[in-house]
Design a protein around this ligand. Structure first.
Ligand SMILES: Nc1nc2c(ncn2[C@@H]2O[C@H](COP(=O)(O)OP(=O)(O)OP(=O)(O)O)[C@@H](O)[C@H]2O)c(=O)[nH]1
Ligand SMILES: [Mg+2]
Length: 305
């Protein structure tokens, strides 16, 4: 029999690129699930993170930053992920950058969210970048702009003021059965996370057009057998991944002088993967130029984009 006192909500995290949506997801989940970088359009798909708090289960959806689709089929697919998340949501968190201003893009997004009939909460993120008086001014100004259900200033990076947000979400989640099992916390596979973390390292170390043309394909995942490296302790994993990039010139940038850049990327990714998988990891990366992959549907399907 359904336990009516239980509550469940799909909570979509929506916003323009780079406002801190993925940082917020990671902070709410208490684990690193989503890649975070200073480069806009880091997130490319929808990432689920589930949290149970008392009788309430919240299924957060991190989404790609909303932008106009001009570039590629990849961009179009990214915006489809935003659309599905909004359509599925019971509650919508609209994240903005405290240090930014309320321009036409923000206005357009807020208008779109208001048409959903679901409650929209405005989260003013990165409060650490603003003085208290300026922040209060901002909150007051946003109150007049649109009828948000609540306005909550937060600092996702240093986990500031998340308790009031939890209280609001627990209060407003509809009474319903839980959708996920007690210890189900994401839809990301281990391989998916590995690919995302490698991509994150590249996003953090490259600039301009290069990161946007990167994709990671895991080609080998070897835990035992003849192909397992003889010089590696047992219980580990050898991971081989292709780093796709959009141009031959990007490939050269990624390799760097004497292979310095890719070595650096490999080392920092390998360090993080050891923490993620909690066992020895050897990572091998192969940089390959594959011009126009972002416009090929079958490639995007294989990358689960
Ligand atoms: N100062 C400050 N920086 C933050 C805060 N939250 C996130 N950031 C930084 O903002 C940048 C973007 O963070 P992300 O979480 O990747 O932003 P996003 O909204 O997911 O970006 P896209 O996936 O590209 O749409 C990173 O450099 C974060 O470290 C915060 O509370 N304060
Ligand atoms: Mg993101």
């Amino acid at each position: 029999m359904a336990d009516v006192r239980r509550k469940f909500a799909v909570v979509a995290i929506i916003g323009l690129p780079n406002v801190g949506k993925s940082t917020l997801l990671n902070a709410l989940i208490g684990e690193k699930l989503a890649a975070v970088s200073q480069t806009p359009q880091t997130t490319r798909a929808r990432i689920l993170g589930v949290v149970n708090r008392g009788d309430v289960q919240l299924a957060f959806l991190d989404t790609p930053g909303v932008h106009r689709v001009r570039h590629s089929l990849l961009n179009a697919r990214m915006m489809e992920h935003v659309g599905t998340a909004i359509a599925e949501a019971d509650l919508i968190l609209c994240v903005i950058d405290a240090d930014g201003y309320y321009g036409p893009k923000e206005r357009e997004l807020v208008e779109r969210l208001r048409q959903t009939a679901m409650p929209v909460y405005l989260l003013i993120n990165k409060i650490d970048l603003l003085s208290k008086p300026r922040l209060l001014e901002k909150v007051a100004a946003y109150k007049d702009l649109a009828p948000f259900r609540e306005i909550v200033p937060i600092g996702a990076k240093s986990e500031q003021n998340l308790e009031p947000l939890w209280d609001i979400l627990q209060r407003d989640a509809p009474e319903s059965d839980w959708r996920y099992g007690e210890d189900e916390f994401t839809d990301q596979t281990e391989r998916n996370l590995v690919a995302e973390f490698i991509r994150e390292k590249i996003f953090r170390k490259t600039r301009e057009e290069v990161p946007h043309g990167i994709a990671i394909m895991i080609s080998d995942w070897i835990e035992s057998g003849d192909d397992y490296p003889a010089d590696m302790e047992s219980g580990g994993v050898l991971i081989r991944a292709d780093v796709l990039c959009d141009r031959e010139s990007h490939r050269k940038i990624l390799l760097g002088k004497g292979g310095e850049m890719i070595r650096d990327i490999r080392q920092s990714a390998q360090r993080e993967l050891k923490k993620l998988l909690q066992r020895p990891v050897r990572l091998e990366l192969f940089v390959k130029a594959d011009e126009g992959w972002r416009d090929r549907p079958e490639k995007l399907d294989r990358l689960r984009l």
